[in-house]
Structure formats: C-alpha cells, structure tokens
Design a protein around this ligand. Sequence first.
Ligand code: NAD
Length: 505
Amino acid sequence: MTDTLVPTTTADVQTIGHLIGAESVTDSARYGRVFNPATGQQTGQVALASADTVRHAVEVAAAAQPGWRKTGLAKRSQVLFRVRQLIEERQNELAAIITAEHGKVLSDASGEIARGLENVDFCTGLLHHLKGEYSEQVATGIDVHQTRQPLGVVACITPFNFPAMVPLWMVTTAIAAGNAVILKPSERDPSAAVWLAQVFRDAGLPDGILNVVHGDKEAVDEILVNPTIKAVSFVGSTPIAKYVYTSAAQAGKRVQALGGAKNHMVVMPDADLDSAADAAISAAYGSAGERCMAVSVVVAVGPIADDLVDRIKQRTTGLVIGDGTDPASEMGPLITADARDRVASYVDSAVTDGATVVVDGREQAFDSDGYFIGVSLVDNVKPGMKVYDDEIFGPVLSVVRVNSYLEAVDLINSNRFANGTAVFTRDGKTARQFEFDIEVGMVGVNVPIPVPIGAFSFGGWKDSLFGDTHMYGPESFNFYTRRKVVTTRWPEPNESQISLGFPTH
Ligand code: NAD
C-alpha cells in the first residue's frame, strides 16, 4: 500500500473514514490506497489517523464507557443477539466487502463470517461468563465474593487476512465485558471493520463504545503509549506482534499479541493418503495460503512420501484460480502485488537452495491485472532453506521427508512458530502421543485446520503468541476484565476489639 498526501478524487474511489462516536471522519493529512486485488484497480482511499485523531477517539470512548458499564447485563446481551441477527441477515453484503478488498472467494468470506459469529454466539451468554464467585463463612461471620469489572478503554489491532473474523473475535468480548473499544483494522482492507461497527450501532450499541480508527504505525504507536488505553489485543506478523507486546507492556498495559505461523501437518505411514492429500490441498491453498492456520509444511513420515506427493500434485491440476466474486473460483489473488512477488521469490529461493519444485505456481499465466499466482508444491525441503524457515503467507506447500515419528516431532518442536499443527493417522495411540509430545498451541487429529470452536480459546505458543491469554472464548473474558475480591463482615457492635496482628482466620 502506498500512502498519498493528497486525496484522490476520481468518482470510483471512495474515501473510507474513521468512525468515532457517531461521526464518520474522512478528513486526514494522509491517506492509504485500497485496491481490489482481483483487478489491481484502486477502489478506495483510507484516512490514516494521526496521533491526535487517536487521542480524540480515546477521549470519546472514555466518555462513553461508564454508561455502558452501568447498562444491565441482560440489555448488553440483547444488543449482541441483535448484532448476531443483523450480521446473519446481511452477511452477503459483508462477504462482498471482504472479497472486494481482500480478494478471497465469496464462500471463504462467508466461512470467515461464520467463524466470527461463533464468538458472538459465545458472548451472548455474557450473563454466565461474567458471573462472579462467592464463598460463605470463610471465617466466622465472614464471606468473600469476587466480581469481574471491565478495564475501561481497550484497543484491538487487526491484520488484513481476516478483516471481519478477527475484529469479531476481539471487540465482541471486550464490549460484552463492559469496555469501550478502539478498533484499528488493517489499512489494506479497512471497510469490513466500518461495516461491522455500523451494525453494532444499528443493534443498539451506544455511540462511542466501538470506534474504528484507521491507520498505520503512527496510529498504532499512539495506541501503545496512550495512558487511557488499558489493554491491547493484536493479531499480525511476528515482528510487529513482538514490538506491540514489548511496547505496550512497557507502558503498563495488558497485552495479547498473536503473531505469524508455520503450520506442519504430519502424515504417518498408516494414514489414509487420499484424505491426507485432500486436507493438505485445502489447508495449504485455501484463501491463497493467507491464513495463520494454513498448512505450509507437510511432514511425510517413512515410505509414503512419493505416493503422497504424487496425490497432492494430481489434485493441484483441477484448482480454479480467479476473481473471488466468480462462484467457480476456488482461490483468489494475493492481497498486493508485493505479496505476490514475494511468494514467487520464495519459489525462486527453493530452486537455488536445492529443493524440488514439483508444481511451479510462477508458470501459471493470468489474463488479469490482479495479484494472481498459481499454487506451488515444493518437495525435499529442509530446515535452513528460506522456503522452510520463513512464513511465506501464500500458496506454497513444502514437503519435508522424515524417517520416523520422533523425527517429525523434533522438527516441529524445533520450529520457532507454534500456532497450529495436525497429525494424520489411523492409530489412536500415535495420535494421543502426538497430542502429548507436540509443543504447539492448537492440534488437529485428522483435522488440518484446528481452529477451536467459540467455547474454547484460540492461540499459539512461542513466536506465534506473546502474552499469556488466548483469544475469544473463556480466556478472552479474563483478558478484558479485572477481578475484584470483596471480604465482608457484619459484626454486632459489641463484637469488635483492637488487634494489631495481621488478620488471620
Ligand atoms: P501486519 O503485522 O503487517 O499488520 C497487522 C497490524 O499491524 C495492522 O493493523 C497494521 O496496520 C499494523 N502494523 C503494520 N506494521 C506496523 C508497524 N511497523 N508498527 C505498528 N503497527 C504496524 O500483518 P498482516 O500482514 O496484516 O497480517 C498477516 C500476518 O498476521 C501473518 O503473519 C499471519 O500469520 C498473522 N496472523 C496471525 C494470526 C494468529 O492467530 N496468530 C491470525 C491472523 C493473521
């Protein structure tokens, strides 16, 4: 994305403004350009917030939050039920917005919305999730109870690859818990966040509780130090996640910062190879590989490697790559021309590093100015090769051949990323052992993309998550609330006495 200092003023280019309180703010000193990745055409210009604009949004949020905190839980829950209903009724609109700015095919955009709605479902049960605890008679005549209270104003910074799902994972829980939110979506596909915020308002959320502030590093840097913001949720690449984690923690904030990934799918010799090949294709190339839970490495154990690679290769030939609005398309373009060229450069490096390029996505031609590239399958990949070591975030599937289960586990546990992983086997004992041994946050057994359902929480380990709280589900309610413990005694007037000792029971 290129910044422009002056607004573009052609009729086809809409200006995407911030939503602060009830106000759409389109004036800005800087704008970013938004493209349709399937055509390469600029479709929008997004206002990029200055630090002052962020500060203004934070003031608006801080002014609105006490009223929302006082709103009864049953009423908050009703707002979320309406949010759910509105998104479900209007999901085709949202899917079209996602496809127009991200490029993923419409069915995939619908899938993203469905997975985002799972967290809305979970949050409609906020009466239960915010329930406190009570212990009667912990000492004679003394009771203790614990409540959960909101933090105040929190910030959510989201990546380009799930422009609706990740905001729904974060903001819904933060709002359910009684906070006001500054949502800073990716500047590459910012419109879905604005659409969602409008839906929350249509559902009855008071103005100022969900504010959308677009921007880049300048806006993020203000979020990280602004003293009114008490917590930061971040999802994006590992270097930025690390930066957000360290900077915001240094400023005394709660932080959860989810980073990049390199997800391995182990195929044991006893696995059903057709199922494994189907899973590998779907999980590697769906959304053009631009998923944090995409499978980017297949670990072929023992003698099945040739057969497995062959089956995966056969399946690549039928894939339809095209504009995401075409129902025939199974995979869309990459997000930017730079992303497409970067993906191609990894296939270049695989050749130089001595891997075997079995299917070469660089060779596929497209009659379009969009950011398309074909899928690649690279065999005989090893640690130390760029194609293995880096997160590519594109439709490139590597195959690493190992001789044993232990070698497979060692390979995965030595990787700095640890978001998701999967094992394909028909042996329950192997699966159980894998689950026990593997140092990764989310594990699939014959499930290639093990994104937990909304009643569990989502998060990786090591360089895939900085902080100790996972996202959405129960852990998210912990992240967005503070626990307060109250100890109560109602003594008779003659029961009190002076005692300077530390109170014991
Ligand atoms: P990104 O790190 O480039 O951007 C994420 C957010 O950070 C955006 O809002 C962006 O505006 C902001 N940002 C970018 N550069 C910044 C800087 N220098 N200083 C401050 N803020 C900055 O990530 P992306 O390209 O939008 O998303 C893809 C990445 O996100 C991949 O690495 C993917 O694995 C990761 N991701 C991880 C998960 C997960 O659950 N772990 C989920 C989705 C995406």
